[in-house]
Write a protein of this length. Structure first.
Length: 104
């Protein structure tokens, strides 16, 4: 499994996203190559499928993407239950990783 965390330089939610991703990988006993990719150009955001910072892709797919959302270098918000946060919730990440594993 290959996972990328796409983010703008100085993203305030990168640490939170990485910590939750690492916890989700540990809880699911998943071995993955995780890369943090800095995206500073709108064309690169479009090419990589970045829909705000941070965007987490699993094997090239954004499991949290919304169909009508275009590429963006802005901060991204994620829904977790009834709240929004700057990174996907732990349970949502576990679900996304588990789903990705079932596709392989």
């Amino acid at each position: 499994m290959e996972i990328e965390i796409l983010h703008v330089p100085g993203c305030p939610n990168l640490g939170l996203a990485r910590a939750r991703l690492d916890a989700a990988l540990a809880q699911t006993a998943t071995v993955a190559v995780v890369r943090e990719v800095v995206v500073a150009d709108p064309a690169d955001a479009n090419l990589l499928g970045m829909h705000g910072s941070p965007t987490i892709t699993i094997d090239g797919h954004d499991p949290f993407g919304q169909p009508a959302t275009g590429p963006s270098l802005s901060c991204r918000l994620y829904w977790s239950g009834d709240n929004t946060d700057g990174a996907p919730g732990l349970l949502e990440l576990i679900e996304a990783i588990t789903e990705a594993q079932s596709l392989t």
